[in-house]
Design a protein around this ligand. Structure first.
Ligand code: PEP
Ligand code: MG
Length: 754
């Protein structure tokens, strides 16, 4: 059997010389194929490049008809070359013509070649082209030869990605990496962002591909693996987090891979073909990505993340390049990440940040909550996004629809530019209306309040004309902190919030953790049904030390002011009575220690557990005010997980069952003279806000960006007419379907902007 001439190391050295020569791209490519063919003792060597239209174009050849260069193309899946591109795997055949996928191209004159070896040209798991060698005689290619060709393909991948071959592309036919693409993810935060990609975890750039001293590279690799293993062991032993979201189970998986024999063998094989240690890691990772990306099984795809994680750790060890996230950003940046903790997002310079796209993050992930707090257009669950982009790529994020446009063609860019301008104009109109009293056409005032969770949110209160902070979600401070915030830290935040809202009242909600809101530093309690589990006030009453500390911080922050505190997830009047007793005890403590007390203290209850619907008179008698948490109330009324798309969209808040429940609450408040507001997402949607006004709600608290649209709708509606229209439908005995369509038609007829 013939072997490679001089072996892969000699080939790599030759190719490195070719890369350094001052010649044009075509000449360089032509020389590369000559060297590969000679080194591998093959009559043919050809390079096919994947174009943005999905076709593979012959870019250079030694041995086939040169006239066919830039003329021969094939589609993915067509012929042997197309098959390699489709599968992203090497293919070695001693008798190529006998393969069912063989397709004959007369212009290339290839029928005379029997043996065929082709490998995909991969980068970051993306398929950029195919590299092929062919022999006239029947020949079985060895494992080493396949390896050598794969290593060589890395060099070509760099050439393609660097843009060097750009000048050879036909007009309108760029490369895969430049292909315009549209994908759809889950909307996390409304708004349109146009800009350029900034990768939260920039790819580590491997500059040196070819090894000078292979023995030294082997030593470097072994030292780096050892250092990485020690680092992981230490992190596990410390029981601490390496970064946001990295927990013990992730680290354990990474440790398992770091000791995986197959993975280590593949790394050594890649080294033996003449690569540097870092290039070997990249090679092995490219192959793994290409294979796992084509898997639809979520378990296997998750393993890809673990493998990425370990490869990145190793590359960081080898190159000294660190995770460069946080801090300054170029203008119009759109942040792209696999996932990100809430604290990491807050570390970026907000002035230049225009959007966020995540591969994982769902609508209730913590980072999504922060994105909404920042008013940052954001999309989650964007399939494969981190592999599809390069730093600097043009990108458009439509947080309303969940669409992401990568490298958008000019018409898409123009359409979105227009959309963004229209939105800005509408925002300006809302801004002009911010001090207009929110009174309906028939003279009913509907007060609009704002939900907040971070200090930065509070700046928006005057900007959007919110009457008060109707819900301050205190758990966000706990979620972004590295450890449990101390009393002094809680106090400092609450004080600043009160000061930042310039005299507007603030309704603080005590800690609502549990369910999806986990504190990374608190031991996680495994529960079968966390949404029905140990959360919110239940934790507060079982661990009164925590709740009392928080109440003390709030009451001290409210010195000399009117103070409003409410409790989440209360299921019985007794729970409220217990919470109230703790607040009174803290007030007494402060009084005894001569602190300045709030001038008044109103204690409220969130109505979000359906059991309260049958204790309305009692709870109204006990509480100073009620606030309806419609997000949770809806999920419990319909027994449909609010984060599970499959079921959450089956039920509509604008249907008789939920509107009857909501009406019963506001009616009870009216009977007892106790104010009732609603602070779930529902209140921030114009159509829902009209329905709520029609059934008697006079206070709605919502995300700041919703206040403008809801105000515009309230100003245009006649609430008496809406009530007359809606009530018969809510009361109808025989039909409990959604009344959304009918209400929508009513609003349109009445000229209410939606
Ligand atoms: C709600 O449940 O409607 C609510 C406002 O609380 P959260 O969304 O924080 O659970
Ligand atoms: Mg809730």
């Amino acid at each position: 059997m013939r072997g490679a001439l001089g072996g892969p190391r000699l080939l790599l050295r030759r190719l490195r010389e070719v890369m350094a020569e001052p010649v044009n791209a075509q000449a360089r490519l032509d020389r590369i194929v000559i060297h590969i063919a000679a080194n591998m003792v093959a009559e043919v060597c050809s390079v096919y490049v994947a174009r943005s239209d999905g076709k593979l174009e012959l870019y250079a050849t030694e041995g086939l008809n040169r006239e066919a260069v830039h003329l021969t193309t094939m589609t993915t899946g067509e012929g042997l070359v197309g098959l390699i591109a489709e599968k992203a795997e090497p293919l070695a055949l001693a008798d190529a013509q006998a393969h069912p996928a063989f397709s004959y191209r007369p212009e290339t004159g290839e029928e005379i070649y029997q043996s065929f070896l082709g490998v995909p040209i991969l980068r970051g798991g993306n398929m950029l082209g195919v590299l092929v060698v062919q022999n006239r005689a029947r020949r079985t290619y060895s494992e080493e030869e396949v390896e050598a060709l794969q290593t060589t393909a890395m060099l070509l991948a760099e050439m393609i990605a660097s843009g060097e071959l750009q000048s050879l592309a036909q007009p309108g036919q760029g490369f895969t990496l430049q292909k315009a693409m549209a994908l759809c993810g889950a909307p996390l935060c409304e708004g349109v962002g146009l800009g350029h990609v900034v990768l939260h975890e920039p790819r580590i750039v491997v500059k040196q591909l070819v090894a000078e001293d292979p023995q030294a590279e082997l030593r470097r690799l072994e030292q780096a693996i050892q250092a990485m293993r020690e680092q992981i062991d230490q992190l596990i032993a410390r029981g601490d987090r390496y970064g946001v979201g990295e927990h013990r189970d992730v680290l354990e998986t990474v440790r398992m891979f770091a000791n995986d024999r197959g993975w280590l063998r593949r790394l050594r094989e890649a080294l033996e073909s003449g690569l540097t240690a870092e290039a070997a890691v990249e090679r092995v990772q490219n192959d793994a990505r290409a294979k796992l990306q084509r898997q639809t099984d979520p378990y296997l795809r998750e393993r890809l993340h673990d493998l990425d994680d370990i490869a990145n750790r190793l590359l960081r060890q080898l190159t000294g390049q660190g995770p460069a996230h946080g801090g300054a950003l170029p203008p119009n940046s759109i942040l792209v990440a696999r996932n990100m903790g809430p604290a990491a997002l807050l570390e970026y310079d907000r002035a230049n940040l225009r959007g966020l796209v995540l591969e994982d993050g769902g609508p209730t992930s913590h980072v999504a909550i922060i994105a909404r707090a920042l008013g940052l257009p954001a999309i989650g669950e964007a399939p494969n996004i981190t592999d599809l982009v390069e730093t600097g790529d043009a990108i458009i994020v439509d947080g309303g629809s969940g669409e992401v446009h990568l490298r958008p063609p000019p018409d898409v860019e123009a359409a979105y530019g227009e959309k963004a301008r229209l939105r800005a104009r509408r925002q300006e109109q809302y801004h002009r209306l911010r001090d207009t009293p929110t009174v309906t056409r028939d003279g009913v005032e509907i007060s609009l309040h704002m939900n907040a969770g971070l200090l930065i949110d509070c700046e928006h209160a005057s900007e959007v004309g919110a009457k008060s902070i109707g819900l301050f979600r205190t758990e966000l401070q706990f979620m972004v902190a590295p450890s449990f915030p101390r009393l002094s830290e809680q106090y400092a935040l609450y004080r600043k919030v009160i000061e930042a809202t310039e005299g507007r009242p603030v309704t603080f909600r005590t800690l609502d953790i549990g369910s999806d809101k986990v504190l990374p530093y608190m031991a996680k309690v495994e529960e079968e049904n966390p949404a029905l589990g140990w959360r919110a006030i239940r934790i507060g009453l079982d661990r009164p030390g925590l709740l009392r500390m928080q109440l003390r911080a709030m009451l001290r922050a409210g010195a000399g002011r009117e103070m409003r505190i409410m409790f989440p997830m209360v299921a019985t009047t007794c729970e409220f009575a217990q919470a109230k007793a703790l607040a009174e005890r803290e007030l007494e403590f402060l009084r005894r220690h001569n602190y300045i007390l709030p001038v008044s203290l109103d204690l409220g209850v969130m109505v979000e557990v359906p059991s309260l619907l049958w204790q309305l008179d009692e709870i109204c008698a006990a509480a100073d005010f009620l606030s309806v948490g419609s997000n949770d109330l809806t999920q419990y009324i319909f027994a449909a997980d609010r984060d599970n798309k499959r079921v959450s969209s089956r039920f509509d808040t604008l249907s008789p069952p939920s509107l009857r429940a909501l009406k019963a609450i506001v009616d009870a408040g009216d009977r007892h003279g106790k104010p009732v507001s609603l602070c779930g997402e529902m209140g921030g949607k114009p159509l829902e806000a009209i329905a709520l006004a029609a059934i008697g709600y006079r206070h709605l608290s919502m995300t700041p960006s919703a206040i403008g649209p809801v105000r515009a709708a309230v100003l245009a509606v006649d609430v008496g007419a809406a009530r007359d229209f809606l009530m018969p439908m809510i009361d109808r005995p025989d039909d409990c379907r959604s009344i959304r369509q009918e209400l929508h038609a009513f609003a349109e007829r009445s000229g209410v902007p939606l």
